[in-house]
Design a protein around this ligand. Structure first.
Ligand SMILES: Nc1ncnc2c1ncn2[C@@H]1O[C@H](COP(=O)(O)OP(=O)(O)OP(=O)(O)O)[C@@H](O)[C@H]1O
Ligand SMILES: [Mg+2]
Length: 604
């Protein structure tokens, strides 16, 4: 699968279609509803033939409708005489045939519609997930997991459903409206022209109501998104909610937002409901005008009673499809608002990657040169002018007070954070020149906040890699988790629950360690990876990690200093600066910050 978005490729293929689509939709700039409609149209463009087939089938089924009464009429006129005007067998054949054909057509219409829209929705969902997977980290500061899920799963379906329903109405009622209008002109073109004088007024009314529906619809959608965020919080932080006895608080917070959502929904429905009566009112002005004019004409003998009756009847008949056509506004607008939010997500800039070089392993080592990292919005640098050498195959321990910049250093190595000055070199190559995927492949990281996937233990260990049960077992043993896994009825095929909810804190950490070990990367980073383990387990895990010494570069971050004493080099980071560096014994002898920390811990 190449990188281009599915819809975008459809866009490139589509030539002429764009023009008539553009003509159909309101004029617009980027981010407007018209633009969203056009893009949705482009997503559906590859499936236009199926969609068109569906429309034709619907039309065909509708066209067969009058055949039933026509048949009845023929039967009545010719079937009940002393002599049958046609062979008897024709009757059941025609009746069943008619229903079979109509049923087939309506099935085809529904099927083709569902097939083509589901294809379009599938493409859009894949584009949305692609955008999520590649999005710049900043997106996740503003997008909660629940909202992201709703946007990928519900929104494309909702938008397409409301728009395709609207399209069907538009086609059906649009056709009958145009046909009736044609008939009016055929009957009396001058009167028909007069009936059009209300068109501009009608247009104006529709426009005004539409603006209000758009405004309220957008407000209602925003409120819905906030509501999703609250539910997301409640489900994710349910333990915190209960521990803080915040059930009432959350319920109230939800109720307030739900109330706002309801308000916005009712208001937008009310605005949309105004559309019908208002258009009918305007239409009645036209009808009144026509009747008056026609009566005037009739007194002068210009129009017969029959003509007049036919004209007024046809005129009144236009109101019904016109009403349904204007009722279509709200679903269309709601659909477009939802589609616009989807496309905003699709358009989220991907994580920039200027690097082009590929690396395969770390042979000489990692070097930080005058590295300064400033987090966005922070007042002080998280890392300041840091010089550090990590030769390949050695173990570096990072220790120091909380907030000292240890995790920031890891994020910088993986280029989740861009240095504001200085550079990081791997085997002499600036990591800015290395393709991010290639760079990250060299690292296996157990981060401070463990994230597990909803799957089995084996799925989590062999995450995104080919499964090798023997290797999974080795890694689980090394992470000192094997005994536990074996005690489970389903062993490594046991599900761990959402984010490992069925495991203990220490088990989650050990599973994350096993996952890192499985990756076989050149550099292993353990950021407080054993903080939740008892000291016996911690000792075992560390022994397993240390067995890899020499073949891998290790970066250990720990507050519990007993785990780092055998490191080749210990670096004490405080407020983003290296305040001490050396081996355990050297630092102890120096009697500085590290020695103080060790003393404090042994006193404990
Ligand atoms: N995304 C961020 N945006 C702004 N500031 C940040 C961000 N991440 C970290 N910081 C700040 O950078 C500094 C270093 O944070 P870092 O997470 O690197 O500390 P640490 O040494 O890992 O601490 P700990 O031992 O508590 O894990 C802190 O002052 C923190 O507030
Ligand atoms: Mg940290």
């Amino acid at each position: 699968m190449d990188g281009a978005s599915t819809c975008a490729r459809a866009e490139a293929r589509q030539g002429r279609g764009r023009r008539w689509l553009a003509a159909l939709l309101p004029k617009s700039g980027p981010g407007s509803l018209g633009a969203a409609g056009k893009r949705l149209g482009r997503c559906m463009w590859p499936y236009r033939w199926a969609l068109g087939g569906g429309v034709l089938s619907f039309f065909g089924a509708a066209a067969l409708e009058p055949l039933a009464p026509a048949l009845l009429q023929r039967l009545l006129d010719h079937g009940f005489g002393p002599q049958l005007g046609f062979p008897l067998w024709i009757v059941p054949v025609v009746v069943v045939g008619l229903f079979a054909l109509r049923g087939l057509l309506s099935f085809c219409g529904t099927y083709l519609f569902a097939w083509s829209t589901s294809k379009g929705v599938l493409d859009l969902r894949r584009d949305l997930v692609r955008a999520l997977v590649h999005a710049d980290a900043r997106l996740f500061a503003s997008l909660s997991p629940g909202v992201a899920a709703a946007r990928v799963i519900n929104d494309p379906q909702n938008a397409t459903a409301s728009l395709s329903n609207a399209l069907t109405t538009l086609l059906k009622d649009g056709t009958s409206f145009v046909a009736l209008l044609g008939y009016l002109f055929y009957l009396n073109w001058r009167l028909a022209l007069v009936s059009l004088v209300t068109a501009p007024l009608l247009g104006w009314v529709v426009q005004r109501v539409k603006q209000r529906v758009v405004m309220l619809g957008a407000r209602s959608y925003e409120s819905q998104v906030r509501l999703t965020g609250i539910v997301d919080d409640i489900a994710r932080a349910w333990r915190v909610v209960r521990t803080f006895d915040a059930g009432d608080f959350e319920e109230a917070r939800f109720a307030a937002e739900a109330q706002r959502f309801r308000h916005a929904t009712v208001k937008s429905a009310a605005a949309a409901a105004l559309m019908s009566p208002l258009t009918q009112l305007v239409a009645s002005l036209g009808v009144a005008l026509i009747i008056t004019l026609a009566l005037l004409d009739a007194t002068r003998g210009g129009i017969t009673v029959g003509e007049f009756a036919a004209f007024v009847t046809a005129l009144l008949m236009t109101i019904s499809p016109l009403r349904r056509l204007t009722d279509v506004t709200q679903p269309v607008i709601t659909g477009l608002i939802v589609a616009r939010a989807c496309f905003e997500l699709v358009d989220t800039p991907a994580e920039p990657d200027s690097g082009e070089r590929e690396i395969d392993g770390v042979r000489q080592g990692i070097r930080l040169q005058a590295l300064t990292v400033m987090h966005p919005g922070a007042e002080h640098p998280a890392l300041a002018d840091l010089d550090l050498d990590v030769p390949a195959g050695q173990t570096l321990a990072l220790v120091g007070p909380s907030g000292g910049g240890k995790s920031t250093l890891v994020s910088t190595l993986l280029r989740f954070v861009t240095p504001s000055a200085g550079s990081v070199l791997i085997d002499g190559i600036d990591i800015a020149d290395i393709r991010k995927a290639s760079l990250r492949r060299q690292f296996a990281v157990v981060s401070q906040d463990i994230v597990l996937f909803d799957g089995t233990i084996e799925d989590n260990v062999a995450y995104a890699q080919p499964k090798d049960s023997a290797r999974v077992e080795r890694c689980l043993r090394a992470a000192h988790l094997w005994d536990f896994v074996q005690s489970l009825p389903e062993g490594m095929h046991t599900g761990v629950g959402t984010n490992g909810a069925r495991l203990s804190g220490g088990q989650r950490q050990r599973l994350a360690i096993a996952r890192a070990l499985y990756k076989e990367a050149a550099v292993w980073v353990f950021d407080e990876a054993t903080s939740a383990l008892d000291s016996e387990s911690e000792r075992i895990v560390h022994r397993a990690i240390e067995e890899q010494r020499g073949s891998r570069t290790l970066i250990l971050i720990a507050h519990r200093l007993s785990t780092v004493r055998r490191a080749d080099r210990i670096v004490v980071l405080s407020e983003g600066r290296m305040v001490e560096s050396g081996r355990h014994e050297e630092l102890l002898a120096a009697g500085g910050l590290y020695a103080g920390m060790v003393r404090a811990q042994t006193l404990d």
